[in-house]
Design a protein around this ligand. Structure first.
Ligand SMILES: *Cc1c(COP(=O)(O)O)cnc(C)c1O
Length: 387
């Protein structure tokens, strides 16, 4: 296995091919020339391996793919124009009409939509289960189950699934297992090492890390990557541009530094919140009070910048006042960038389907970016006075 530093600094970067430039060029070209008929025929026979057209294989994008596969410890990887596109390609690529999907109960909202709305139009069935107990997953498996979809931890309540047990269960039943690994990033959890078949990321979050690119990642075996490349990726065409690929490569250079910083700062703030009188509870997978803490420590090496807080307050007005007093956190969806964010459930808690199971209005998810924790806490403390 390659060293992390080697992957982030060198892997895939054949500098002799581009004037010994330290940074790889953005090969901003839609198509590639065949110098003769022999090359034409060869390239055409395999668009995954050769340069024909940038919907298939683009050299700048290929550098990113190689690094991502190495980070997850899989044979190959594909990148997409969004995490949602990667997720859709992975799921659609492994089901047909009449098939059934088992999914942990609280996936990312557009994954939920994919299963509940889009795929049901094509006769694909689904069951959502509380995946914190693998026996619930076992009980939901039917003869026509083809996909086990995990998201561990999810990004609101951080429910975990036991990856080793789930991979074994899927294999026993001939089911393709897949996981949205965005929460951990490849630095803190490698599901393929536990036997999960497909590892997905919203690279929009930690991998790019600067809140300026939307990107999706799919890591799997060569055979699975080829299958999805030749069907879903080439047909639907939700590809990443070479320029965006370059930005993600640049983001990856600092991934360990950013993640370590967010992880440490979040842990620091979690411990300040837990002692505060206006806090009912904090949710963080490594926290002493977290019900699945042991499993979290078994399969994760860190947590990153996300945690949630349930505040002690008796009215929606006070919760709204708190949200409006916070200045140094931006109120926004997403996470994983340089900037600290908050996502209070009071903003969406009465919109059907947005949180499953429903969360109280006193609940707020925080993402800690790269700012000084003391500076962030000062802001939170003054805001909590109105609760
Ligand atoms: C953001 C997110 C997605 C969707 O990714 P996009 O890049 O926004 O399409 C999927 N899963 C999780 C856990 C996310 O946080």
């Amino acid at each position: 296995m390659k060293h992390l530093s080697d992957i982030l600094t060198h892997l895939g970067e054949n500098r002799e091919q581009y004037f010994q430039a330290v940074s790889p060029p953005v090969i901003q070209s839609s198509n590639f020339v065949f110098p003769d008929l022999k090359a034409f025929r060869e390239c055409f026979s395999d668009e995954l391996e050769n340069h024909v057209y940038s919907r298939g294989n683009n050299p700048t994008v290929a550098i990113l793919r190689e690094k991502l596969a190495a980070l997850e410890g899989t044979e190959d990887a594909l990148v997409f124009s969004s995490g949602a596109a990667a997720i859709a390609a992975a799921v659609i690529g492994n089901v047909a009409t009449g098939d059934h999907i088992v999914c942990q109960q609280a996936p990312y909202s557009w994954t939920n939509n994919l299963l509940r709305k889009l795929l049901t139009r094509f006769g694909v069935e689904y069951t959502f289960v509380d995946g914190t107990n693998v026996e619930n997953i076992r009980a939901a498996i039917r003869p026509n189950t083809k996909v086990l979809y995990l998201e561990s931890p999810n990004t609101l309540t951080f429910d975990l699934q036991d990856l080793e047990a789930c991979a074994a269960l899927a294999r026993e039943h001939g089911i393709v297992s897949m996981i949205d690994n965005s929460y951990c990033s490849p630095l803190f959890q490698n599901p393929a090492a536990w036997g999960i078949d497909i590892v997905l990321h919203s690279g929009t979050k930690y991998l790019n890390g600067h809140s300026d690119v939307v990107v999706g990642v799919l890591c799997a075996s060569k055979a699975m990557v080829r299958k999805i490349f030749e069907s879903e990726l080439m047909t639907i065409g939700a590809i990443l541009s070479p320029h965006d690929a370059m930005l993600v490569i640049r983001g990856l250079r600092t991934l360990p530094l950013r993640l370590e910083r967010s992880d440490k700062s979040a842990w620091d703030l979690v411990h300040r919140f837990e002692k505060h009188p206006k806090v009912e509870k904090v949710l963080h997978p490594f926290h002493e009070s977290f019900p699945q803490r042991e499993l979290a420590h078994k399969q994760m090496r860190g947590c990153g910048g996300l945690f949630s807080v349930q505040f002690k307050t008796d009215s929606m007005e006070k919760m709204e006042a708190f949200v409006h007093r916070v200045q140094r956190f931006l109120m926004a969806v997403s996470w994983g960038g340089h900037e600290s964010l908050m996502m209070p459930t009071i903003g969406f808690y009465n919109i059907p389907g947005r949180s499953n199971p429903p969360l109280p209005y006193t609940f707020c998810r925080f993402y800690i970016g790269l700012e000084e924790p003391d500076w962030l806490w000062e802001d939170l403390e003054q805001a909590m006075e109105v609760l």
